[in-house]
Design a protein around this ligand. Sequence first.
Ligand SMILES: [Zn+2]
Length: 385
Amino acid sequence: MWVVPKMTTVKGENLGFGQFPGGSPNTDGVVMGAQYFGSSDKGTGFYLSAPYDKGRTTTHEVGHYLNLRHIWGDGPCGFDDLVADTPASNGPSGGCSTQKTSCNSKDMVENYMDYSDDACMSLFTRGQKERMRAVLENGGPRSGLAYTAPKEITYCSSKGNISTSEWIDHVALGGMSNKTGSDGGYKNFSKKTATLAQKSSNVMTISAGFKKTVYKEYWNVWIDFNQNGTFDNSEKVISGPSTSNKDLWATVKVPSNAKLGKTRMRVSMKYNESQNACEIFSFGEVEDYTVNIISNTARNKYYQNRSKEPTNITLYPNPATDYIQVDLTSISDKATYQITTMQGLCLKTHELSSSKIDISNLRSGTYIITINNGKQLYQKKFVKE
Ligand SMILES: [Zn+2]
């Protein structure tokens, strides 16, 4: 944008002008006469020339810059401004002639793309707004001003060179569960998404698989909470050794400032010693996942919706150790179940394929099981011993 002293031309004084999209880059922009730039409503002491002293010339020129034509279509009746919801007009209006009609309709003299006095102008139409937006949106000639392409993030590589004796065989978090064999030292499971709320604590399951001997393995899990493409030390959510081929439990805490949306989680298991997020090591395995961070409000809403007046259900045994049986007589076969902690954290969601539900992986404590058959929720508290 250029602001210049008085622009006198052979036709008279020019208040300002704007270049349509697609012109020479050297002259691309809006040029304003100083006496018409700014608004007398915003203070005093400027040299502003009434009745063009409310900044509306700039609004008008920026309209041209964003591809709007004059509302009268720069010609008599029959010339169009290419916007459907502006009335036809046979020429520019001046002053504030609100009762002016032409081309069999009332003129929209209040439109910024007319020549009325500044104080008279007050609107762009919806159609004009859409025409301007099209210029700014992805693929539009001025998209660089407003549209930001989503950043393509690539993460550093990490893997175990040999994963035939030990590998990651189970990862479960935030409604997502993945049981696998050896995946050749690294596997991208980013199509699998765990959903976690900001400022929440979540139980995560990890487990090592072994060909024969159970070795000591070192676990590190990172979630790129700030979505900057690196696994920072502060983003390490689990860290420690194990010597077990059973499911292990750990708590994953999501900070309140974790960026909303999808991000990357890296689960790394290395033989005998600790590893960093970008390490290629000899023995073990690395798996990448997607974590979708949602707001706490969204999470609470989710649980409120799901727990609307649930019906009681019969289950046995209770307390139980390895599995519970639910009475399915009133439940159709297309049901799912969800096991949550008393605090509402979801540990397990699965299709209800039989009346027997495996709870052997749960730690001792009290849980809630919710069964949803699409029409009704059934709910019951149970105790895992
Ligand atoms: Zn104009």
